[in-house]
Design a protein around this ligand. Structure first.
Ligand code: HEM
Length: 429
């Protein structure tokens, strides 16, 4: 390993160079034009191209645009009711009272909620199919560390398992597409758009995997961590609770006998605008919890950015903590303080340029941000309106400290290393 400019360093993995860029200079290098996003992102989707004819993607710009066109406002509005239904069904399965593993239960609900966006609404009511898909994703994820990007051909057991999981997903996608073709189904969803444009099945499997990866893990873990932070910061739990109460009153939903159905008539723009406190909390949780390096690759010619030489083919990693934990922009960075994200405080940080990458930035902002925020807001409203709840640890004692985070791979919102339970009881409505 050799140190380069300042705190940056590079090292070699066989013939590949990996440059870890740090601080503001690192951020600027990372966001610079000319670095390829897909080279990093493709890690999260099955490596089918070794044995299947994948239509090559023409540059990462086009990829972002394709994804953004699928996860557009029209689609979110179209599936709003279906997504609410999936959340309501998930909570119904909890029953009136009980104790459940928080991260696991939330993950199952968000998985079902995300299926329509990936063209798999077909499975949303099939608990067995959802479990199979969750298992496929766990196996794909387990084989997706930075090393599998840099040394993709080393057949570790996790990677072999990952390829098998990719193939299983490919088969499921193929059946899904063939079933639609056989029945002459022509629904208005992202998958049908791919079918109409004659994308190969392997590409469609990749799309499904990407959407589910991008949406499920991050959204589910972020929601679960939000509840954890609220539990340990009761003043914020009270503030979010009263925001939900006010929202229900302002929209007339407080008197509803059928909240989940009636909520579907509330314009999404009201959820965007009126649930500001929960958004402050979500961003602060994301600042504290999202971790692991962002990754890019230089697929063009050699580059020199800010005096740093980035050879053709080099991988570039940027640890997001360099921004999110920087005391200059976020004083007392380990302290949970959602007011950091008020409009006034965000404005004050603008002099530093990009300071928060929780939702990506530069040429690759997260195209699912609105969807994720809406899902978390819907989950929060239905949870707070319907249940009294508290969190406990593995011994069923009240949770009294933030559990350890299970960080081991590329950037994402990781789960908890320790079991966190949610103990709940239905409210009388
Ligand atoms: C809490 C939930 C989420 C978080 C924290 C999150 C975060 C991020 C971040 C940090 C990036 C940029 C990664 C990078 O630059 O290397 C990104 C990109 C992306 N996200 Fe999200 N995301 C979330 C949910 C979603 C959802 C629900 C979807 C889709 C429905 C989605 C789709 C995408 C896509 C397609 C990109 C790539 C954009 C491009 O190609 O330019 N994300 N996300």
């Amino acid at each position: 390993m050799k140190w380069s400019t300042g705190r940056m360093f590079s090292f070699k993995v066989l013939s590949d160079t990996v440059i870890v860029v740090r601080g503001f200079t690192g951020r600027d290098i990372f966001l610079a034009k000319g670095l390829d996003f897909l080279a990093g992102y493709k890690l999260l989707v099955p490596q089918l191209k070794e044995f299947l004819p994948l239509k090559p993607l023409t540059g990462d710009e086009s990829w972002g645009a394709v994804m953004a066109s699928f996860i557009c406002t029209r689609m979110i509005e179209k599936f709003h009711g279906t997504m609410l239904g999936a959340i309501a069904a998930g909570y119904d399965a909890w029953g009136d009272e009980g104790t459940l593993d928080l991260f696991r239960s939330v993950n199952e609900i968000i998985f079902a909620v995300s299926l329509p966006l990936a063209g798999c609404q077909h499975f949303a009511k099939d608990a067995e199919a959802i479990r199979t898909l969750i298992d496929i994703f766990a196996r794909l994820d387990a084989g997706s560390g930075p090393s599998s990007l840099i040394l993709p051909w080393v057949p570790t057991p996790a990677r072999v398992n990952r390829v098998l999981a990719g193939l299983q997903l490919y088969r499921i996608t193929k059946n899904l597409v063939q079933e639609r073709q056989r029945l002459g189904v022509d629904v208005d969803d992202p998958l049908q758009t791919l079918i109409r444009q004659n994308y190969p099945t392997s590409e469609m499997a990749r799309f499904i995997a990407t959407i589910l990866f991008a949406s499920v893990t991050n959204t589910a873990n972020l929601f679960a961590w939000t509840l954890v932070y609220l539990e340990l910061h009761k003043e914020w739990k009270d503030r979010v609770n009263s925001e939900v109460t006010t929202f229900l009153q302002d929209t007339g939903l407080h008197a509803s006998q059928n909240l989940r159905d009636d909520m579907a008539y509330v314009p999404l723009s009201l959820m965007d605008e009126k649930l500001h406190t929960i958004e402050l909390v979500i961003n602060e949780v994301l600042r504290l919890l999202a971790s692991g390096p962002f990754i890019r690759r230089n697929i063009g010619d050699d580059l020199v950015v800010d005096g740093v030489h980035i050879p053709k083919g080099a991988f570039i990693m940027f640890p997001v903590e360099d921004l999110h934990r920087n005391p200059k922009m976020f004083p007392n960075p380990d302290v949970f303080d959602p007011t950091r994200f008020t409009a006034e405080n965000v404005e004050q940080r603008k002099k530093y340029g990009t300071t928060f990458l929780g939702w990506g930035g530069g040429r690759h902002p997260c195209v699912g941000k609105r969807t994720a925020l809406l899902e978390i807001k819907m989950m929060t409203i239905l949870l707070m309106a319907q249940y009294q709840f508290s969190l406990t640890d593995v011994t069923d004692s009240p949770l009294c400290e933030i559990p350890r985070v299970d960080v081991d791979r590329l950037f994402k919102v990781f789960g908890s290393k320790e079991v966190v339970n949610i103990r709940y009881r239905a409210k009388d409505r």
